[in-house]
Design a protein around this ligand. Structure first.
Ligand SMILES: NC(=O)c1ccc[n+]([C@@H]2O[C@H](COP(=O)([O-])OP(=O)(O)OC[C@H]3O[C@@H](n4cnc5c(N)ncnc54)[C@H](OP(=O)(O)O)[C@@H]3O)[C@@H](O)[C@H]2O)c1
Length: 324
């Protein structure tokens, strides 16, 4: 028997319950992982609230790091004792121990701690595909990243800077602006006070940016489009302020033949070879020191509800982990 956070109805953080679960032996193709750390991600709040519907009752969480305790039939890539980490896969990372498909798991390099592994996998793989595949950032690009002091934000700012970009980032406070600046954000904009479209136009001499990475959604979407130069790419990858309402596609034409995409980590990591290549690239930028993993909040796993409250109230910066 083990403990896990589960929920039986959608709602606020109070729906999260600390329960005893029977994990059982891993099925064919699965590994059993004892978590040393679990990653907190904004998407966990969408599952909990019902914005992204899931069958109930359900476990929660998509990211963890720990040690393989057992492997199911047919698993050849892992043996008990391996240090591993993962992002994605079935919900259920908020648990002391769990089973999950072996093809979702990668070996954690010896240079990374379990805490770092749990903090960086989902947000770091997201930064990887956003900057390297969705819109491939080039040296000399000036780009806009929203929520620059958040989990994805701090990683993406550092990585984009290392790729040779000039980074404009939005943040909710002056303290967050300083943090973003210390992590590669050349021009932090406090968007709760400043008009970020005007500031982006000023910074780019009126030209606009080739790409906006927008994870805020409803509150920023239209203004983000206004920051783009002709043929620019709008990358909407989250909805921290709520989902974007239905949208007249003709606006993409009148605003400058813009591109719009709504990517998610699932499709980008669906093939095992892509997941492994992306993880290797991520581990490389961490090991080289180009991207520092900032774990700015730690909670006991059983206190996951408080972690959700703080995340949704914009009280966190960088990455957050839950400790079993
Ligand atoms: N599509 C994908 O593959 C994918 C993968 C990972 C993450 N994401 C998305 O990326 C975003 C960042 O994820 P994360 O885990 O790194 O979280 P995070 O950025 O650490 O936290 C969310 C941040 O959004 C900002 N925000 C702006 N308006 C907000 C509002 N009304 N309510 C709450 N927060 C608001 C806050 O920063 P300020 O105070 O500075 O504004 C807050 O700290 C989320 O939208 C998430 O869904 C998408």
């Amino acid at each position: 028997m083990a403990h896990a956070i589960r929920f039986h109805q959608t709602g606020g953080p109070e729906v999260l319950r600390w329960e005893t679960v029977d994990v059982g032996a891993p099925a064919a193709g699965e590994v059993s992982v004892r978590h040393h750390a679990v990653g907190l991600n904004y998407i966990d709040t969408y599952h909990r609230s019902g914005l992204y519907p899931v069958p109930l009752p359900s476990g929660l969480g998509l990211e963890g790091a720990g040690v393989v305790e057992a492997v199911g039939e047919g698993v050849t890539d892992f043996v008990p004792g391996d240090r591993v980490a993962y992002a994605g896969g079935p919900l259920g990372a908020y648990a002391e121990v769990r089973n999950l498909p072996a093809h979702r798991v990668v070996k954690l390099p010896a240079t990374l701690s379990f805490e770092q592994g749990a903090a960086v996998m989902l947000q770091g793989l997201t930064a990887q595909y956003l900057l390297r595949r969705t819109y491939r950032v080039q040296p000399g690009d000036t780009i806009l990243i929203h929520a620059a002091a958040g989990g994805v934000g701090l990683i993406a700012c550092q990585w984009a800077k290392a790729l040779g970009a000039t980074v404009i980032g939005t943040v909710g406070s002056d303290a967050k602006a300083e943090l973003a600046r210390a992590h590669g954000c050349d021009h932090p904009i406090v968007y709760t006070r400043e008009n970020f479209t005007e500031r982006v136009r000023e910074i780019t001499g009126g030209a606009g940016v080739p790409v906006v990475y927008d994870s805020i959604g409803k509150d920023t979407f239209m203004d983000s489009l206004r920051c783009l130069r002709p043929l620019g790419m709008m990358v909407l990858f989250g909805a921290a302020s709520g989902p974007v309402p239905p949208f007249d596609l003709n606006l993409l034409n009148t605003m400058g033949s813009l591109y719009l995409t709504r990517p998610g980590i699932v499709a980008y990591t669906a093939k095992r070879e892509d997941l492994v290549a992306m993880a290797n690239e991520l581990f490389e930028v961490v090991e080289s020191g180009k991207v520092r993993i900032e774990i700015n909040q730690r909670y006991a796993l059983m206190d996951a509800a408080q972690a959700h409250r703080d995340l949704e109230a914009r009280r966190t910066t960088g990455s957050t982990i839950l400790l079993p």
